[in-house]
Design a protein around this ligand. Structure first.
Ligand code: SAM
Length: 157
């Protein structure tokens, strides 16, 4: 919805969960509506598996279920919250192997210290990205620290 409001040329709204994609599409329709200059592509996909080979992305955002502690055995909770670091490692790997990020493109990733932060960021660096912390969020009386990272290609300006 934000990308649409800002006039993006093409938007992929992706989740592995069909109802979540349908909900995002309904909100997009309600809030942004039909824009002649924007193609909106709701897509049910395990990470980037269903993306066309031609996709080249300027901005990739991800709020992953990266919490390391298995807080529940309910598959819905696991999918939303606590798949673990592996999903973010696969996310970086697929961006590289599919060459998905445009040369000056940006990844915006939210992860907190409830996840294996060093492992995740270290893997991103090894995969060829340079991280910058755009925002750090804390809450009084809580040890949780959430980080919004921007990652760009090492070779980007
Ligand atoms: C923390 S929630 C974020 C929800 C929403 N996108 C947001 O930012 O508020 C994590 C989302 O990741 C999705 N997800 C989990 N595994 C996935 C996968 N392999 N591929 C794509 N999406 C996945 C879940 O279905 C869930 O909607």
């Amino acid at each position: 919805m934000i990308a649409g409001s800002l006039g993006a040329r093409e938007i992929y709204a992706v989740d592995v969960h069909p109802d979540s994609v349908a909900t995002a599409a309904a909100h997009y329709e309600r809030i942004v509506g039909d824009r002649t200059d924007t193609v909106f592509r709701p897509l049910v996909s395990n990470l980037f598996e269903e993306f066309p080979d031609s996709a080249r992305l300027d901005v990739i955002t991800f709020n992953p279920p990266a919490v390391s502690a298995r807080t529940s055995d309910d598959p819905t909770v696991v999918r939303n919250v606590c798949v673990g670091a592996e999903i973010v490692l696969r996310f970086f790997d697929q961006i590289v192997t599919r060459d998905l990020l445009a040369p000056e493109g940006e990844i915006h990733l939210i992860v907190s210290n409830t996840a294996e932060l060093k492992r995740i960021v270290g893997h991103g660096i090894d995969a060829g990205f340079r991280p910058v912390v755009l925002h750090r969020q804390t809450w009084e009386g809580d040890n949780c620290q959430a980080y919004l990272f921007k990652l760009i290609r090492h070779d980007a300006a």
